[in-house]
Design a protein around this ligand. Structure first.
Ligand code: ADP
Ligand code: MG
Ligand code: MG
Length: 905
């Protein structure tokens, strides 16, 4: 087994495609050498050695790689002409961790390793710059103390012991920046740092370069299993067995004086995607100084520097004098850097995020990788690269992170405005976007205020179906309770409405109509802004700008269309939702929930009248009132979906959800229906169930009250005929929920078909329609072959299917799912990401059994998972006809479907 790969001077044993073995950093350091980019020489100990280290222990591994390490150090010495561990001609190195996937801030790097008192003196003499020597030394003791000797503070609020010493000294000297400390100060720091180490660890600071080197190597390997790293891997689903590589590399010094510098740069703008090379640097600095914010970093390009100064309110004179660009301060290096970033981007064919250091006027690259970027930048950069001929269409599709498209669909806060906004509370980023409005606490107030053209944000402990109308007119929703799949979150995402949920620290007082957060009490009518992309709640009004869906976004969507083999439908309950989804590329409705329609306006009254009806006859009277309302709704939806399929689900929720819960409303209902309060109360109470989700709902309603199914089937067929008469192409699909037994669907299908024939006979016209079922009860999946005999289509209701397969109540799981994720019992929330291992087996079985009975059986999914990329890909792998998701997730699903097709090739 080859343990170590060397690089340097234009040669390398590794390559860019060896990330698994060399880590991302090591693989790219090798590759940069191969393409002629100046990189200090070094070597990479492989991730395999890390795995062995964890299995066999330290001694076994040292025994194994000791000779190789010595040889590789000699390789560095040969190329630099210096000697490691030799005070007369010292070579210092950095020891850098680097996993196959980036784990920012999880593992550590030590710079200037190999230094001690004697070496520092030599460096001071040779460079003629004692400040540089002692600055390097104090940095080393600090980093080594933190990373290797375990002196890094474990608590977020604790200050680094070394920083505390620096602060104390700076205060004593009355200076602000560490560049203002002189050589004697730096010497004092080294002495005090070492004393702190001794005090803390009981041991002297190691002076031998090899002792230091092995200590750092162990520390990097050990860091793979520190708590932070383990948690990070769990959260990001990074396999435990990957391991980290260790990079040992000759130091180059950005802290060697005013002709030296260090910086980071991007080949394009990571925020907007603009093709503008940009970055920041600091003169006479090292390593992370730029990102750590010890001094104000300067811009690399003059154009960027001017933009920056304008935003900061700095005059051109002051900028040029105090904050010149690299182009201005070191024009030769800047020119070289511009060429190198171009070369790297052309080589990797993607936007690069790079680190560089300038030592005494010579430029060195220390890292390059594909840069992280926003959703907008992701789309623009990929399309620009396609137009530039750097990548092909399929690569554009593969490069997209579908979930990130979400960011592009919602109005956004003005970036500058957010920077100055005051954060009052933080919750979950439940539904992305930006919203600004006046606080209201109740749905009816939201409606009333909105009707007066006021912008409102609904602030609630939590929301329920009764709040729907209020939510739909609000700019955004803020709740104190509930997770990412809470009612508020799901509905808000469906509406494409900004929502922050579960902001536990806010105190809502419905009675006083106040909400307290961040130490301030807000009254109804006070202005706040919420950021559904970050979960932040801001004080007052923060400016927003509209999202732009044309241009590159549209172009990416067209590519998705071109390569995708599976269709994308939407879950929409109203013509407005249907239109939005259609604009976003939905090719049909996969789920139209009829019950939402019953909450609107006066309709709930007719619905309640139907529910409390004492017998079939009076129930039919109430249903007759609902019929035209439903028919009207369906007409609107058919019209909006002209030419596309519309799947309408029959009544699903338990009736108890529709009846009044307050005495006041019960009294009203009694008056309206001419019954006594006691009678009404008795019916309502009687509908209460111990397990409503497993109770009298779904097709169980339609089979016990067939007249409900009759009314709904009639409303659908009549609406279809009416619209067809107007020249609209209607394709109705009638979907029966909660089937578990073949006879259940048989009875429902018989009713639907009978009613359809009746309507056809009355009208003397017909329309083609389909009857299908949801597969959402595990038993339905098990007997899918029987059920397929009765229906034209299956639609997987994976919300209920997940609920029933896991035995987790969707409404109560919030309490333990977060803990389960932290403990690693579950990797993800199965209500967000389809559990392919378990629930997926049922889905696969139902597809297989269903199509065995009926090869032309139409298959789709309509749970929340229909808009989640990995779940969409799973559906594609089962050759489903479509996935259906909420309107604003349609583009995400389209892209995931296209990726599935391209990846399957
Ligand atoms: P991270 O993975 O946290 O970015 P790095 O290993 O890239 O850590 O190193 C941290 C900082 O130190 C970076 O700014 C990097 O450029 C710098 N650095 C690393 N090795 C050297 C070196 N041999 N010479 C000069 N600077 C280095
Ligand atoms: Mg780095
Ligand atoms: Mg269901």
């Amino acid at each position: 087994m080859k343990a170590i790969y060397t690089f340097g001077n234009g040669q390398a044993e590794g390559r860019a495609d060896m990330k698994d073995l060399l880590g991302g950093k090591g693989a790219n350091l090798a590759e940069m050498n191969l393409i002629g980019v100046p990189v200090p020489p070094g070597f990479t100990i492989t991730t395999e050695i890390c795995t062995l280290y964890n299995q066999k222990g330290r001694e076994a591994v040292v025994e194994m790689i000791k000779d190789d390490v010595m040889k590789s150090v000699a390789h560095i010495e040969k190329l630099t002409g210096n000697k490691f561990n030799d005070p007369s001609n010292p070579q210092l190195v950095s020891v850098r961790s680097g996993a196959p996937v980036s784990m920012p801030g999880m593992m550590d790097t030590v710079l200037n390793l190999g230094i001690n008192d004697e070496v520092a003196e030599t460096l001071a003499k040779k460079s003629g710059n004692p400040r540089f020597a002692w600055d390097s030394y104090r940095r080393f003791v600090q980093m080594y103390g933190d990373v290797v000797l375990g002196m890094k503070p474990t608590n977020k609020t604790d200050i680094d012991p070394f920083e505390a010493i620096i602060e104390e000294l700076k205060e004593k000297k009355g200076v602000k920046f560490d560049t203002e400390l002189d050589v004697d100060d730096l010497k004092e720091l080294v002495v005090r740092f070492k004393a702190a180490v001794k005090e803390n660890t009981g041991k002297d600071f190691p002076t031998d370069a090899y002792d230091q080197l092995w200590g750092a190597i162990y520390a990097v390997f050990d860091s793979w299993n520190n708590d932070r790293a383990i948690l990070y891997r769990r959260m990001n689903q990074i396999p435990e067995e990957y391991g980290t590589a260790v990079n040992v590399q000759a130091m180059v010094y950005g802290n060697m004086g005013n002709n030296s510098a260090t910086g980071v740069c991007f080949s394009r703008d990571a925020g907007t995607g603009e093709n503008l090379f940009n970055g920041e640097y600091l003169i006479n600095a090292q390593g992370e100084d730029v990102v750590a914010g010890v001094r104000t970093p300067q811009q690399i390009m003059t154009e960027g520097s001017r933009r920056w100064a304008a935003m900061q309110g700095i005059s051109e004179e002051e900028r040029a004098a105090k904050y010149p660009s690299l182009e201005e301060s070191m024009p030769e290096c800047a020119k070289q850097l511009v060429d190198i970033q171009q070369k790297l981007e052309e080589h990797y064919r993607d936007m690069q995020d790079m680190e560089f250091t300038i030592q005494d006027g010579k430029l060195w690259l220390l890292q390059t990788r594909n840069g992280k970027r926003t959703g907008a930048a992701m789309v623009k950069i990929a399309m620009d690269l396609l137009r530039e001929g750097a990548i092909d269409e399929k690569t554009v599709i593969k490069r997209m992170e579908p979930g990130k498209l979400d960011e592009l669909l919602h109005p956004v806060f003005d970036k500058a405005a957010v920077k100055t906004a005051k954060v009052m509370a933080k919750g979950l980023p439940a539904s992305p976007g930006a919203a600004t409005g006046q606080i209201v606490f109740f749905a009816d107030d939201a409606e009333e205020w909105a009707s007066r053209k006021k912008k409102v944000i609904m602030v609630r402990l939590e929301t329920s179906p009764e709040d729907l109308r209020g939510m739909s007119v609000a700019q955004g929703i803020l709740t104190a309770r509930g997770g990412m799949t809470s009612h508020a979150a799901v509905v808000a995402r469906g509406m494409g409405k900004c929502c922050v949920s579960g902001a536990g620290e806010i105190k809502v007082d419905y009675k006083a109509r106040t909400v307290e957060m961040g130490g301030k009490t807000y009254n109804e009518g006070d202005w706040i802004s919420i950021n559904g992309s970050t979960g932040e709640v801001y004080d007052g009004l923060v400016a927003t700008v509209d999202a732009d869906l044309s241009g590159d976004f549209a172009a990416v969507m067209n590519l998705a269309e071109k390569y995708s083999k599976m269709d994308v439908y939407t879950n929409a309950d109203s013509p407005r939702d249907a239109k939005v989804a259609r604009k976003l590329g939905a090719h049909g409705i996969g789920l139209c929930r009829t019950e939402h329609m019953f909450f609107e306006g006066d309709r709930i009254k007719a619905m309640r009248e139907m529910i409390i009806a004492p017998d079939e006859a009076s129930r039919r009277v109430a249903l007759a009132k609902l019929l035209p309302l439903q028919r009207g709704d369906f007409e609107g939806i058919f019209e909006a979906m002209d030419g596309y399929e519309v799947t309408i689900r029959l009544l699903d929720p338990p009736l108890h959800e529709f009846v009044p819960h307050q005495l006041e409303t019960m009294r009203e209902l009694a008056e309206e229906t001419g019954r006594t309060l006691e009678e009404v109360k008795l019916v309502c109470d009687g509908l209460e169930e111990f397990n409503p989700m497993l109770g009298h709902r779904g097709c169980r309603l339609g089979n016990t009250y067939p007249e409900i199914t009759e009314m709904q089937a009639r409303a659908i067929i009549e609406a279809a005929l009416n619209m067809q008469a107007k020249g609209i192409v209607v394709k109705p699909k009638i979907m029966v929920p909660l089937i578990g037994v073949k006879n259940e669907i048989q009875m429902q299908a018989d009713i639907i078909n009978r009613v359809a024939q009746e309507v056809f006979a009355e009208r003397g016209e017909t329309v083609a329609y389909k009857v299908g079922t949801m597969i959402e009860i595990p038993r339905a999946a098990l007997v899918a072959d029987q059920i397929a005999q009765v229906v034209d289509f299956f639609s997987f209701g994976t919300n209920d299917l997940t609920q029933m397969t896991f035995g987790y109540s969707r409404d109560d799981a919030g309490k333990f799912l977060a803990i389960y994720k932290n403990l690693g019992i579950l990797k993800v929330d199965p209500f967000q990401v389809l559990d392919q291992e378990g629930v997926g087996q049922l889905v696969e079985m139902a597809c297989r059994k269903g199509r065995a009975t009926k090869p032309e059986l139409n298959l789709g999914i309509c749970g929340e998972h229909g808009g989640e990329p990995s779940s969409v890909k799973f559906c594609a792998s089962l050759n489903m006809n479509y996935v259906s998701c909420s309107p604003y997730r349609v583009p995400i699903a389209r892209l995931a479907a296209a990726q599935a097709a391209v990846e399957a090739e």
